[in-house]
Design a protein around this ligand. Sequence first.
Ligand SMILES: C[S@@+](CC[C@H](N)C(=O)[O-])C[C@H]1O[C@@H](n2cnc3c(N)ncnc32)[C@H](O)[C@@H]1O
Length: 406
Amino acid sequence: MTNSPDEPTAAKLRNKVVDQLINDGTIVSPGVEAAMRTEPRHLAVPDATLEEAYSTYDAVVTKYDEHGISTSSVSAPQIQAMQLEQAAIQPGDRVLEIGSNGPNAAYADALAGPGGQVTTVDIDPDPAARAERYLTATGHTRVNVLVADADNGVPEHAPYDAVIVTAGAWDIPAAWTEQLNEGGRLVVPLRINGLTRSYGFVRQGDHLVSTSAHPCGFVAVQGAGSHKEELLYLRGNKEIGLRFDEGLPADPSLLDGVLRTPRVETWTGVTVGRTENIGSLQMYLATMVPGFCIMSVDPDLNTSTVEPSNLGFSMAAVDGADFGYVLVRRTPDDKNVEYGVHAFGPAAAVFAQALADHISVWAKEHRGGPGPRVAVYAAGTPDDRISGDRIIDKQHSRISVSWSAA
Ligand SMILES: C[S@@+](CC[C@H](N)C(=O)[O-])C[C@H]1O[C@@H](n2cnc3c(N)ncnc32)[C@H](O)[C@@H]1O
């Protein structure tokens, strides 16, 4: 690699990325720092410029589907470093990476060392081939590269001390837990009610317990585990769409004509600075408000019947024939914003107040806190074995979310 004519410039850019990731708090361990200062990741993306290959917060997309949606990328250095820190790979560890392309498997191999074993698997032969080429060129020949749907994990190289999933999942297949050693770590970008966080889980017997969670974006899991949100339009013309990630409301027809009812407005008195991270409010509402969904408004069809602060993404909820969404307005000094709720339907005032109360509870009890404790149990685990404020049932797993224990 040092023979590459690009190497001196690449080394400079690489060190700049790592310095930035140390400064922003993403890289905290010497092992991750050393691996990222060394790996010539640009060789995995020969069609990208060096600046693109070493852009701290940007992925390099390597494949699109027929609709122009990205299906594969070399993840952004920040995302890779964040997940490697969550995985806490030690020398001698056996590691499974789900989703290949090369650089991240190479970092894992550097961390696991000669006594460890890294396996990377991709459902698509193209990223697997890219990984194979990169790992051979950079001397990471110990890494196993496979083509398979990782819904079943990779039993032939299990058990693992760490499994890192690098595609966005909606569910946790049993194999991912079962193929971990006791105390092993599963790092996975998991979507709960439309919100994706990269969770760091630790296996404790038959279940997983979260130790960290960070907002992130990933290409979606394909194959048996792929899962699409369901869309409900509040009017036939597709102006206002509600996206439900955990199933549509029991009787969506109750909402027919809801937008013809008067709009009720409630303000909460809860204000936040423009730079405050409100990820935990989103998570709180997504996990604690029944009927939570995400509203988007088509700007070309917008009649201003609803007036969210962000047309593309607003937290919303449905309960029977009532519907409401969260919005903000500027405080009089223009320094902060205040949360409020708009609601429609026969019990709009009560519904608006209920949503507003959730925001107030978040502000009082969870703002600035660590977020919820999330645990993952196999589907079929009885309720009395699971503690938590809310259980979210997926196909293969039951996810418990505890705000009280956080
Ligand atoms: C972000 S890319 C992986 C990037 C890689 N970890 C890196 O940065 O070096 C995500 C990959 O996950 C793969 N993938 C999606 N669903 C999968 C599945 N069910 N099993 C295995 N791989 C899958 C995609 O084909 C894609 O190549």
